[in-house]
Ligand binder design. Structure first.
Ligand code: COA
Length: 261
């Protein structure tokens, strides 16, 4: 666990702590951080001793201030797709982790940082933390799942506003719109709060926890397109006798007699 360059990983009382460790660059996610993050989260899958995960950022200012902008310059249409898919895959492995993953948001969570927090199962934030998807300011869009997860968490309207304006959202507002679970008080310790949350969950049945992860994620799975499913079901209704009966009854101003056929 001590061979990483850009993250710090430790295990204490079954809680795997992953700390992004580039404080001089606001913990920006370069390719090395992403790869190490992917490796770090594997411990949660592979090690029986791990029963919960906390992800946080080193230093006073930032959780993660986004993808490393200096690496973005090299992106073109071809490698841009790979860039996004690679980040999506790693964040998806966080989201699908069979053990609870809590983001302890200690400061700026912007761009890929907000996306990382959203990939975790729960988000607890320090009062000074700020959230945002400022990619639009760079002429791009969130690429690590942010367009999807932000819409899921805060609804379409707020997601559009946050992504289209690039404006930051403070911690109380983030809580009020459902982006985060909880803001700790000024006097509270963020990591201690997250550890106590993890400890509550550690007392529950591990298999049930992993199934909660699977089933909640299934509700947001893109394997089936919702609009397509709706159209298919609508079409299936149109071939039933009940559909003919319902329309006829309305036109004949009588009550319908449905048979389930
Ligand atoms: N990528 C690469 N470097 C970053 C970075 C990022 N996403 N975010 C911050 N840094 C670097 C800065 O370049 C600076 O490096 P330097 O000291 O070598 O010049 C250092 O981190 C400190 O950042 P600075 O901007 O001086 O701090 P600040 O307190 O004035 O502002 C932020 C903090 C987070 C508001 C500001 O850094 C910022 O807007 N970052 C970019 C956020 C963003 O657009 N993320 C989405 C990327 S897709």
């Amino acid at each position: 666990m001590d061979h990483f360059n850009t993250i710090h990983v430790s295990l204490d009382e079954g809680i795997l702590m992953i700390k992004i460790n580039r404080p001089d660059k606001m913990n920006a996610l370069n390719q090395e951080v992403l790869a190490e993050l992917g490796e770090g989260i594997r411990y949660a899958y592979d090690m029986e001793e791990v029963s919960a995960v906390i992800i946080t950022g080193e230093g006073e200012k930032a959780f993660v201030a986004g993808a490393d902008i200096s690496e973005l310059q090299e992106l073109n249409e071809m490698n841009g797709r790979k860039f996004a898919e690679n980040g999506q895959e790693i964040f998806s492995s966080i989201e699908q982790c069979p053990k609870p993953v809590i983001a302890a948001v200690n400061g700026f969570a912007l761009g890929g940082g907000c996306e990382l927090a959203m990939a975790c199962h729960m988000r607890v934030s320090a009062p000074k933390a700020r959230f945002g998807q400022p990619e639009v300011n760079l002429g791009i869009i969130p690429g690590y799942g942010g367009t999807q997860r932000l819409s899921q968490l805060v609804g379409k309207g707020k997601a559009f506003e946050i992504m289209m304006t690039g404006n930051m959202v403070n911690a109380p507002e983030a809580q009020s719109i459902g982006l985060i679970n909880h803001v700790i008080g000024e006097e509270e310790d963020l990591i201690e709060y997250c550890r106590s949350l993890a400890k509550q969950i550690q007392k529950k049945a591990p298999l049930a926890i992993s199934m909660i992860v699977d089933t909640v994620n299934a509700a947001f799975s893109n394997e089936e397109n919702g609009y397509q499913t709706e159209a298919n079901s609508f079409a299936a209704c149109c071939k039933t006798e009940d559909f003919k009966e319902g329309v006829s009854a309305f036109l004949e101003k009588r009550e319908a007699r449905f048979t389930g056929k």
